[in-house]
Design a protein around this ligand. Sequence first.
Ligand code: SF4
Ligand code: SF4
Ligand code: SF4
Ligand code: FES
Length: 431
Amino acid sequence: MSNHSNTFSIDGREIPFIAGETVMQAALKANIYIPHLCFNPEFPPNGSCKLCTCDINGRKKSSCCTEAKQDMQVNNETHELTVMRRTLVQMLFVEGNHYCPFCERSGNCQLQAIAYDLGVTDLHFPQFNAQRNVDASHPDLMLDLNRCIFCELCIRSSTEVDHKDIFTIAGRSINKRLAINSKSGLLKDTAMKVTDKSAHICPVGCIIIKGEGFKTPIGQRLYDQHSIRDLGNLRPESAIKAKSIVQPDVKPKKKLKLATCSLAGCFGCHMSFLDMDERLIELLERVELSRSPLNDIKTCAPDCDLGLIEGAVCNTENIAVLRHFRESCKIIIAVGSCAINGGVPSLRNNIDVKDCLDEAYLNGIGLVNPKVPIDKELPYLLEKVYPIHEVIKVDYFLPGCPPPADAFWKILNDLLDGKEPELPYDLLHFD
Ligand code: SF4
Ligand code: SF4
Ligand code: SF4
Ligand code: FES
């Protein structure tokens, strides 16, 4: 008969269980986290991912498939198991094609959240680069098979709950893939609806509801704010309803328009801007890029808020661009030594322009058909190279060659927060 007097131990802690429960079920009830991907408490265990493997009475076994027994000794949090689970996660990443920064499920994805929890920092194994399809044929749903981990939850929910039998597994080994039970093999030719259980069950970013992907901004999603370890079995879809984890009321703030350009510079300042890396995603939540070499838009919106200018003024086109920026942008920031004091391009200021052109186009080493280019399309070189504040009014100066990514981050965030920018000493000195 079922009772609660049965116990077993996980990492030395006594856990009650009801006869017939698995180690995983008892652990979740006791708020003990055992990593799992293919297990979902609404379905019988599948045992495919092996992430829940524990040391059970001295043997490695899946805790989602192993029945709890009286006095069983389970080890869950050991270095050996962490290393093994990390390896399993790395294998899942290289088997599919996972590019989290572009994925609609990022922040709500169990695979990603487990990878963070296990401290996965690289793929370790060579990428398989598997050829997998994306099926965007359905009006409300998208299937990106590049992200499938074969947990089979969609198959089971479609069969057992929706009674539609839409998914199946086809092929073997490296050619294994999730397939659709329709003549065309496309989702559009099935009876699948956005309200089906199988449309919401995928633990990763394989089954996506169109138009929902970016409703909650990145940074405010479930696992952006809570470690999967603290959530036990609470999943993104149920968490929205859970009292303890209230999704923030997301009202999109008005984004500021940001334009950037490079005059006579080396693009090093733009490269440093890109060095903000993943912070760029956060930045793009707050700004919208207008004219910039980063998006190849050539005209500045007339109501730009911020203009970042790299490079010095060395020709007539630079002057036109600068004036256009000043007319279009409320705040202009001179970025880097070239924009602020002429930098490297101004080294020609002691040399006659003609001598410069002769050296570059007539007398240089290795020239074929030496000729100074003259074309009405080409801008005229100015006699001297100027810092930009000698041509237009500049509001702020961001020093460095190039300024570090942290300095970009700080000045932009100060301005976006409506504060007077203040850079700490370590972002201003370069010794
Ligand atoms: S499914 Fe998850 S792990 Fe894969 S790309 Fe999307 S967020 Fe990353
Ligand atoms: S589509 Fe999602 S739910 Fe279905 S098998 Fe792949 S990972 Fe699992
Ligand atoms: S300041 Fe330095 S990094 Fe920036 S454009 Fe000039 S030379 Fe390049
Ligand atoms: S969660 Fe147990 S094998 Fe996947």
